[in-house]
Design a protein around this ligand. Structure first.
Ligand code: AMP
Ligand code: ZN
Length: 483
């Protein structure tokens, strides 16, 4: 089975071949820790967790080291703990404290909340979770290399990177703009009019800047006397270098990070290390919107992971996220949450008497995931196993359990009754399911008077039915509590 991944830089799906067959290396941009993470932030966490699980599985099978199974997989996801939004939050929430102390409180609390939330979503902890503030020395070192190489310059206590200098340099380097598929001319044409006076060109970006009084600050690079702080992009170049080296296999994040963040990371790292590439494969997840609209607090459709975890088990949210291919946009709806809940409830039923040890991870699921992480196809394969398991095939049910384990679904506490308990509803899920089955039987024998009566009976209990199709194309009825 050949793993193939879509690369944003070359815009094609390519066979994945690790640069070092003994060590697969992946970097994913992590959260800026100033507030609860929202459900959009959960998308890269879940998507790259599935990729991490797949890479570990393939490594153990020995696909990259001639069957020896000794390939190590290192997954780095950083924590951005220096940022204006953090400073603002610290000043607002802890006005009596010195700013540095207040910032530490904000970042510690938010980091802990983030971990609790993504643990609940079934995401494994990355191998390394570096904090930006612990890598200032590496940032300074890269900045010094860039200034020495003529790719960056000092102006008014700032250090700025020059994309023009990069594109004028030798042929080894990639072209600035290649990742975002834009030319420098286009960027110049689209640049803001009020360009900072210390920039030579409109497209120059900040590597280092002076700190205002009271803000976090560190000794500056490149002979600047006053203390300062790093720009955002340099943080990831430094952390990736420290933990993965000058070049590595996969760099991931949300599609919004392609430009400027990843374009600039790539420019910094390639110019500092005189390399043609930073990561061999650049992967970006599509955006998530809610009920057909961009998530926003003013529209009332802004959900933190924490909000949703009050009503739904994390596994349901994880399953819902994976129902869509990672590169497509997701419309996050209550209806699809319910679909996910119904699917996991049925998997739980089918596998409750089996032992995962008796099963193996489904080859169909592995081959779907190996095709650029096609999780929707993997879920269709789970439904096929479930259909066989429902028909009494013990082996299929055991494989379903083993595959769910592999994908991060424990199938514990995901029964509809558990969910209703969590939602503090007194509806009896077993009774609802029995009535739905009776209604389906009535419809099958064309007794529509009876099927309508059952629908009304359920409506009187506060249950709304939705008739649709399952992943296997067969009719399925899902239900929700009337609001
Ligand atoms: P941020 O904290 O905004 O830097 O985002 C952290 C991660 O979440 C980045 O990889 C973003 O690309 C990703 N992200 C933010 N909003 C969304 C969204 N609505 N849908 C999908 N990914 C998102
Ligand atoms: Zn980053």
């Amino acid at each position: 089975m050949q793993l193939r991944l879509y690369d944003t830089l070359t815009r094609e799906k390519r066979p994945f071949v690790p640069l070092d067959p003994k060590h697969v290396r992946m970097y994913v941009c992590g959260p800026t820790v100033y507030d609860f993470a929202h459900i959009g932030n959960a998308r890269p966490v879940i998507v790259f967790d599935v990729l991490f699980r797949l890479l570990r599985h393939l490594a153990k099978q020995g696909v990259w080291d001639d069957g020896k199974g000794e390939t190590k997989v290192t997954y780095v996801r950083n924590i951005t703990d220096v940022d204006d939004k953090i400073n603002d939050r610290a000043a607002r929430d802890f006005p009596g404290l010195p700013l540095n102390e207040a910032i530490r409180k904000v970042t510690e609390v938010t980091e802990r909340q983030f971990h609790e939330d993504v643990d609940a979503l079934g995401a494994l902890r990355p191998t390394v979770e570096p904090r930006a503030t612990e890598h200032i020395a590496e940032m300074r070192a890269i900045i010094e290399k860039l200034v020495e190489g003529g790719f960056a310059y000092v102006a008014e206590d700032h250090v700025l990177f020059s994309p023009q200098a990069m594109n004028a340099a030798n042929k080894v380097l990639p072209r600035y703009g290649a990742l975002a598929n834009r030319s420098l001319d286009e960027m110049i044409a689209g640049a803001r009019v009020d360009v900072a006076p210390y920039k030579r060109d409109v497209t120059d970006f900040v590597l280092w800047k002076p700190s205002k009084p009271g803000e976090p600050s560190w000794p500056s690079p490149a002979g600047i006397k006053s203390e300062g702080r790093p720009g955002w992009h340099i943080e990831c170049s430094a952390m990736a270098w420290k933990h993965l080296g000058e070049q590595f296999d996969i760099h991931g994040g949300g599609i919004d990070l392609v430009f400027p963040h990843h374009e600039n990371e790539l420019a910094q790292s390639c110019c500092a290390f005189h390399e043609a590439r930073m990561a061999n494969t650049w992967m970006h997840n599509g955006f998530l919107q809610v009920e057909g609209e961009k998530m926003s607090k003013s529209l009332g459709n802004f959900f933190t992971i924490r909000d949703l975890l009050k009503d739904w088990p994390g596994e349901v949210l994880r399953f819902q996220m994976l129902m869509t291919h990672y590169r497509s946009p997701i419309d996050w709806t209550r209806h699809s949450t319910e679909q996910a809940a119904v699917a996991l409830d049925s998997f739980q039923h089918i596998t409750r008497t089996v032992d995962a040890e008796h099963g193996t991870v489904s080859e169909d699921v592995l081959s779907a995931l190996s095709d650029d992480l096609n999780t929707s196809q993997a879920i269709a394969a789970l439904h096929s196993l479930a259909a066989k398991g429902r028909a009494g095939d013990y082996r299929a049910a055991s494989d379903l359990k083993a595959t769910c384990d592999f994908l991060g679904f424990t199938l514990k506490g995901v029964g509809l009754q558990d969910i209703l308990r969590r939602q503090k509803s007194d509806i009896d899920a077993d009774q609802v399911n029995t009535l739905i089955a009776e209604r389906a039987a009535a419809r099958a024998r064309k007794d529509f008077r009876e099927s309508d009566r059952i629908r009304d009976e359920l409506a009187a209990m506060g249950v709304v039915l939705k008739d649709g199709k399952g992943a296997d194309g067969k009719p399925v009825t899902t239900w929700e509590i009337a609001r």
